[in-house]
Design a binder for this molecule. Structure first.
Ligand code: UD1
Length: 424
């Protein structure tokens, strides 16, 4: 099993190119199933989760061609079987995204239940309720969701019980081919949903309100393909800015979009960072100063994203003062806390609240990654720790950060990947 070996202490300085967003590319790849002609996506990141989605599509008989420069072509006309098996689904919850498009276009689908994951129970009840509201017949048997329809899906008004990104995406995709009008209430407003709606609109769908909490879809008979761009990864962007903040350095993130991470940039500013932005770049400069602790609370977009909680906690760990963090989205998203404390952080957790008392320095220790964003928080902490930190179980980081060690090396970090054998 690969590990990352990081020698902390270097002040990061330089430019880093941000990849396409994993959380946008995954629903776009699933949405490509809706096209009667091929869909080409550009700015697709090379990540383990993307490979898993391409395997799920390929396993169904869908033609997938990976081109140069982050392009992927998907031709769903060769589909043979609308089944997503457990062996693939178990490694990635977003596999459930294929359910809505398969059902809407091909009339039936069987997708293994993704089950829980380390950060919380994460059920898919809202996805299933939403598709049922459009007239789908859904049965859950032997760990699989079997969905089918008689005739076309029927447009309906549906109110989500809670704001769910994946649930909104699944319903949005299914509704594009339903008969009549679907109104999605309490919809998620994440930029990834706008990216998906823009692609579907480009394919011929009629959608209004994406990016607000009410999305209206007038169903059409069929959708065509086209070429669409995956938006930049706002969480990867925020993570490199956090790495700059903890090392009191300066990092310019390129190929990104400052409009997508307002809440996070505001917190960096509050913590004393100088932030400058252009149309497609963001620079954070600590000017050698130690950050100041800030309080924040995760909530659905446009509030502070849960996917930045662990990385920003690391900024508080090394900041001056005490910062309070409240996690409202997932019930078990503080697994990085004991690992950060092993490096010398002072974090106390009480339920959904973490109280972080800033320390001046951290000391290296072996640590273990528990999930995707937690693993990046450990890497960021290690960059500021004295000595050599070995981060284990980095397969988590490879799910969502493209070439992380190369990008950090480019900023002046001392980091390298060591194979299981080498570090044993
Ligand atoms: C997406 C992101 C993930 C991010 C999360 C919240 C992708 C591929 N993943 O995950 O990185 O952390 O949004 O911003 O885009 N819930 C239910 N029932 C459901 C669906 C959700 O109870 O049917 C609950 C979840 O357990 C969670 C909350 O709703 O507590 C929000 O989850 P959701 O927005 O659906 O997250 P994902 O779409 O899975």
């Amino acid at each position: 099993m690969d590990k990352l070996l990081i020698t902390g202490g270097a002040r990061l300085d330089g430019e880093v190119r941000i990849s396409g967003a994993k959380n946008a590319a995954l629903p776009l790849l699933a949405g490509a199933l809706l096209g009667e002609t091929p869909v080409t996506l550009t700015n697709v990141p090379q990540l383990r989760d993307i490979t898993t989605m391409l395997q799920i599509l390929g396993n169904m008989g869908v033609t997938v061609e990976i081109g140069d420069q982050c392009q992927v072509l998907v031709n769903a006309n060769t589909l043979k079987t609308a089944v997503a098996p457990y062996e693939l689904v178990k490694t990635m919850r977003a596999s459930i995204f294929v359910l809505g498009p398969l059902l809407a276009r091909f009339g039936e689908a069987s997708v293994s239940l993704p089950g829980g994951c380390a950060i919380g129970s994460r059920p898919v009840d809202q996805h299933l309720k939403a598709l049922t509201a459009l007239g789908a017949e859904i049965q859950v048997e032997n760990g699989y969701v079997h969905a089918k329809r008689n005739g076309r899906l029927k447009g309906a008004r549906f109110v989500f019980d809670m704001v769910t990104v994946g649930g909104t995406e699944n319903l949005l995709m299914a509704a594009t081919l339903a008969e009549g009008t679907t109104v999605i209430e309490n919809a998620a407003r994440e930029p990834e949903i706008v990216n998906l709606a823009d692609m579907l609109t480009g394919m011929g769908a009629r959608i209004e309100g994406a990016g607000t909490d009410t999305i209206t879809v007038q169903g059409v008979e069929s959708l065509k393909g086209g070429t669409f761009r995956v938006i930049s990864d706002r969480i990867e962007t925020g993570s490199y800015l956090a790495a700059a903040a903890v090392t009191r350095g300066r990092v310019k993130t390129l190929n990104t979009d400052p409009m997508l991470l307002d809440a996070v940039l505001q917190k960096f500013r509050e913590g004393g960072a100088e932030i400058t932005t252009g149309p497609d770049w963001i620079e954070l400069d600590m000017k050698g100063q130690r950050p100041k602790a800030v309080n924040f609370r995760t909530a659905p977009h446009p509030a502070f994203p849960t996917d930045m909680q662990a990385q920003f906690m690391t900024v508080n760990v090394l900041a001056e003062g005490v910062g309070t963090i409240i996690e409202t989205i997932f019930e078990n998203r503080y697994m990085h806390v004991p690992e950060l404390n092993r490096l010398g952080a002072k974090i106390a957790v009480d339920g959904h609240t973490a109280i972080v008392t800033g320390v001046d320095t951290l000391q290296a220790a072996p640590v273990m990654a528990t999930d995707l964003r937690a693993s990046m928080s450990l890497v960021i902490a290690a960059l500021a720790a004295q000595g050599d930190t070995l981060v284990d179980r980095i397969y988590h980081i490879d799910r969502g950060y493209e070439r992380v060690e190369e990008k950090l090396q480019g900023l002046g970090a001392t980091i390298r990947r060591v194979s299981g054998k080498e570090s044993a």
